[in-house]
Design a protein around this ligand. Structure first.
Ligand SMILES: Nc1nc2c(ncn2[C@@H]2O[C@H](COP(=O)(O)OP(=O)(O)OP(=O)(O)O)[C@@H](O)[C@H]2O)c(=O)[nH]1
Length: 447
């Protein structure tokens, strides 16, 4: 689903068109992909408007290329479209914990009951299944089979026509057997469009068994039609969440996810296959990063984190300039590590504004030497103890020899790093406040 976006991201990041044109092309691809995934046109329009307004109003952090930053903006906004940063709890907040499953016929309710049972069993809970789908006789048989397969007991009454009575008796039995998580599979005879009937039945069983949580099972292939049932369900129960099934087999999953998210209902799980293991906790950011291409996105997020770390060190340096604190080897470690995460120095330097104001620009040869030195220094600091990183004055000759051995470097390399540390602190003390990042790189050893 939405697979075509990975190619669009690639094309956008590596393309040679002017930036503004690339952005417009990407937005067109994005709109097309979302609409063909059945996302409501109104939601697509809102999403693109938000992306455009962020492009107008925000500026990328200085060390990030604007193409990469644009993809990060798209990532944020798509994640919001599919439910945002809501992290629903999955471990039962109390025990025993009674979950009641509701859903229309064929939505995958019985299969999902089995999946949830296995999910909780694997997390170490004693699980019990109750088959209260009295309208479809085969449902109990199906549940019993799954129960046998995963080693979870199942309660059911093959001849009963009273789902409320079966649910209550099943719950009683489960509690007598000291079950910790009780999952009740209820009847689902109604089709989409008959929400009221389904919700009324949910209420009557709910009154009888007082579940701790009601999970609505929905089939993702209904796409944006999921909106009506999800919003009524969300209004009808405060203890509800949604399990969206068959996300693996439909091109309309984006429509269902965004429609449900728009109702404010929480999507807790998604079904991703027919097997009893095929259940995932839903996380909209993870979902979107798959759509956009894990590799590309991870690299961008890593760089953004690295710029955040650099900002922290920068702040510390400013404090050091006012004499309030000192830069430690830990700070230097953080700084070098962050710079290395951002890519080859030659590329990183091109992105720093004001760099051409330095007295002398580094040559390729300088950069190579600096990169090599950064690598050595990281190895050295990796071999030091926290105490030594915080206060290098405790490092004596014999420790220098040991650290050199441990890091595959020489005692001279270590002295060079220690000198750099002394020099930075001395410099900071005498330097006036200067905020540009170019200076920061100067201190890293690029002469
Ligand atoms: N591909 C795929 N198939 C699924 C998934 N979840 C359920 N199914 C299939 O959907 C079909 C219907 O599932 P059931 O569990 O029988 O549906 P139900 O909602 O319990 O049906 P009723 O008991 O009639 O209400 C079965 O063929 C399942 O294998 C899923 O996540 N992915």
């Amino acid at each position: 689903m939405l697979d075509s976006l990975k190619d669009s991201v690639r094309k956008f990041l590596t393309g040679s068109n002017v930036y503004e044109k690339s952005v417009e092309d990407f937005i067109k691809d994005l709109q097309k992909a979302l609409i063909s995934a059945d996302v409501q046109v109104k939601l697509v329009a809102q999403l693109t408007e938000r992306i455009r307004s962020r492009l107008r109003e925000e500026r990328p952090p200085s060390a990030i290329e604007r193409r990469e930053w644009f993809i990060k903006v798209v990532y944020d906004e798509l994640s919001a479209l599919f439910g945002g940063d809501v992290r629903p709890f999955v471990n039962p907040p109390k025990l025993p914990y009674v979950i009641m499953l509701v859903g229309v016929q064929g939505s995958g309710k019985t299969t999902s009951a089995g999946k949830l049972a296995l999910f909780y069993k694997r997390r170490g809970y004693k699980v019990f299944l109750v088959g209260a789908d009295t309208y479809r006789p085969a449902a109990l048989e199906q549940l019993t089979q799954i129960g046998r397969q995963i080693g979870v007991p199942v309660y059911g009454e093959p001849d009963s026509k009273d789902p409320v009575a079966v649910s209550s008796k099943g719950k009683e039995r489960a509690l007598r057997e000291r079950a910790e998580v009780v999952i009740i599979d209820t009847a689902g005879r109604h089709g989409y469009g008959e929400e009221q009937q389904l919700l009324e039945e949910m209420k009557s069983i709910s009154n009888a068994v007082s579940p701790d949580e009601v999970i609505l099972v929905m089939d993702a292939s209904i796409g944006q039609k999921a909106f009506d049932l999800a919003s009524k369900f969300n209004q009808a129960t405060k203890i509800g969440s949604i399990l969206l099934t068959k996300l693996d087999g439909t091109a309309k999953g984006g429509g269902a996810l965004s429609a449900i998210a728009a109702t404010g209902a929480i999507i807790k799980f998604v079904g991703t296959g027919e097997k009893v293991e095929d259940l995932e906790i839903f996380n909209s950011r993870r979902f979107v990063s798959r759509i956009l291409g894990m590799g590309d996105l991870e690299a961008i997020l890593e760089k953004l984190r690295a710029t955040g770390e650099l900002d922290e060190v920068q702040k510390k340096m400013e404090e050091a300039m006012s004499g309030r604190t000192k830069i430690t080897l830990r700070d230097i470690y953080k700084q070098i590590n962050a710079i290395r995460k951002m890519g080859p120095l030659s590329k990183v330097l091109q992105m720093i504004p004001g760099l051409n104001m330095l007295p002398k620009l580094p040559t390729q040869e300088d950069l190579k030497m600096t990169e090599e030195r950064m690598r050595r220094w990281l190895a050295i600091m990796n071999s030091m103890t926290y105490k030594e990183l915080d206060d290098p004055s405790v490092i004596d000759k014999s420790r220098i020899r040991r650290i050199a051995k441990g890091s595959g470097t020489t005692p001279e390399d270590i002295r060079e790093l220690l000198n750099h540390y002394e020099m930075i602190n001395k410099m900071l003390k005498t330097m006036k406040r200067r905020k540009d990042l170019g200076k920061l790189f100067g201190q890293t050893g690029v002469e």
